[in-house]
Design a protein around this ligand. Structure first.
Ligand code: 4AD
Ligand code: MG
Length: 479
């Protein structure tokens, strides 16, 4: 059997010396023709391998370069080096894959995140990305664990769809029609009858509407999949392809929805804190270093771990949109015209500068904003009795802004249809969605958590391109 190895994480965690072990991994550094730092991605800690002088051929030693992959068998012995209990005294070293030191772009030094984005295929092999992607994995796992423990059914909603869930109209079209000689109708419009699906389709922006259908049978479901938005937002918080978790629950009102969202967020953060301590400590250190370069007032008030602990141990602030507008309008920030978009009247959409002010300056904790004006929210949100607002809720996180968007859904057929008419949403195409309001409608609610924004929050990274393996953003789909 080829792969009879011990993972470096497990080896480092054990204190079994005097054993024969086999490790495999990639060379991080090779010092003094003797000391190999080997990493296999199970942890940021390398195992030190000692290749005793004189024991190995010069020709082999030459091939031990940064980036090369090795299979090493040797004896685990107590280490004299600090910060590690044991190391390996090599008996056999096999080069699995050479790496030309002249050409390998990753050097054993600090590279900028911008540079690493250009070599995203290799950046997993750095400490920062090692830590980020192990934390990302843990969060994904914790999400399934959370919902599984609560008896939610994991629903896989379609990626290709003919509906536009958010009514946002910023979608990627999917088609097999040719660009030249596109089949056309007599009036010049594209003849989608000739297309693969026989109609116009797009990549999904959200699995919510399909999720609602399943919630009307299983009571509680969640989705966790990729979603796509063709909005031309070139920011550190937007991706064209991002992963979203969308639970949808029958017999829930807005308050139940908020309670679940808050419990969920705290649960997955706690899980990462318990299972990724080392990685989070590394990332906390990284962030602290990074912030040293910033002026005092731009630095975070808390360290990363402190911030996460604070979030899991404190209640989120719950305020209505109306209250938030009053706070913003009366703020010195607004009066001194420090907002790019000044807050003057009820009804305006909140910009991320406003969200961040509320969270970072005013409340200094995560905030759940509720009951937004219906004009700035989607058609499916439940209309409140005031005739002006809907039972929406957004969760805003420090350093990020909006991390969750959700609502109680409009379950009353007449109210829903009236709102769709007002918003010019074609009811005929949504017959299946409206059917759930015809046959056994119940109060229900749900929300969507942007997975990458959550990973940003937990890892303390600042650009969303650095928490997804291969980011898709305007003018960029490399790899
Ligand atoms: O607020 P949004 O648009 O809500 C929905 O899609 C609802 N259907 C959710 C639901 O009620 N089931 O998106 C939800 C979350 C946002 O709060 C944000 O965290 C994230 O998805 N998000 C993005 N993340 C990265 N890049 C983008 N372009 C994003 N757009 C939204
Ligand atoms: Mg939103």
């Amino acid at each position: 059997m080829f792969n009879k190895r011990i993972k470096i994480k497990d080896l480092l965690a054990s204190d079994q010396t005097g054993q024969e072990v086999t490790v495999m991994g990639w060379v991080r550094t090779f010092r003094n023709n003797q000391f190999i730092a080997l990493n296999d991605g199970s942890t940021n800690n390398n195992i030190q391998v000692v290749a005793e002088l004189g024991k190995f051929d010069e020709s082999l030693l030459k091939r031990i370069t940064t980036g090369a992959s090795l299979k090493i068998t040797g004896e685990s012995v107590p280490s004299l080096g600090k910060g590690q209990k044991l190391e390996i005294k090599a008996q056999r070293i096999e080069v699995l894959g050479d790496s030309d030191a002249e050409k390998f772009p990753l050097q054993p030094k600090k590279h900028s995140l911008e540079f690493l984005r250009e070599i995203a295929h290799l950046r997993f092999r750095t400490n920062t990305f090692g830590a980020v992607f192990r934390v990302r994995h843990s969060l994904a796992f914790a999400i399934h664990k959370f919902f599984n423990e609560k008896g939610f059914v994991y629903l896989h909603t379609p990626i290709v769809t003919a509906s536009d869930a958010e009514g946002a109209g910023e979608m990627f079209k999917v088609t097999t029609l040719p660009f030249d000689n596109t089949p056309r109708n007599e009036d010049g419009s594209v003849n989608f009858k000739e297309d693969f699906f026989g109609r116009a389709t797009n990549l999904t922006v959200s699995g919510q509407l399909e999720g609602e259908l399943a919630a009307m049978a299983f009571s509680e479901i969640y989705t966790f999949g990729p979603t796509f938005r063709a909005e031309n937002s070139n920011t550190a918080r937007h991706l064209a392809e991002f992963w979203m978790i969308e639970p949808e629950m029958a017999f829930y009102d807005l308050e139940d929805n908020m309670n679940l969202a808050e419990e969920f967020i705290k649960y997955i953060i706690r899980y990462a804190m318990e299972h990724n301590r080392e990685d989070l400590e590394f990332l906390a250190q990284r962030l602290a270093e990074e912030e040293k370069a910033l002026p005092q007032d731009k630095r975070s008030e808390m360290g990363l771990i402190e911030k996460l602990e604070f979030v899991v141990n404190n209640n989120f602030e719950r305020v209505t949109y109306t209250e938030a507008i009053d706070i913003l309008r009366e703020s010195n920030h607004n009066k001194k015209k420090k907002f790019q978009y000044l807050v003057d009247k009820w009804g305006v959409d909140l910009q991320s500068e406003h969200e961040r002010y509320l969270v970072e300056k005013h409340f200094k904790k995560p905030v759940i904003l509720t009951n937004y004006p219906k004009e700035i929210k989607a058609f499916y949100m439940r209309q409140n009795d005031d005739g002006k607002t809907v039972a929406a809720m957004d969760i805003l996180a420090p350093g990020i802004g909006e991390i969750v968007g959700g609502s109680q859904r409009e379950e009353r057929l007449d109210r829903l249809e009236a709102r769709m008419d007002e918003m010019h949403i074609p009811k005929e195409e949504m017959w299946w969605y409206l059917d759930t309001r015809r046959f056994g409608a119940v109060p229900h609610a749900g929300f969507g958590l942007g997975f990458e924004r959550m990973v940003l929050f937990v890892t303390g990274m600042t650009n969303i391109r650095d928490v997804i393996a291969f980011p898709r953003t305007p003018k960029n789909a490399e790899f």
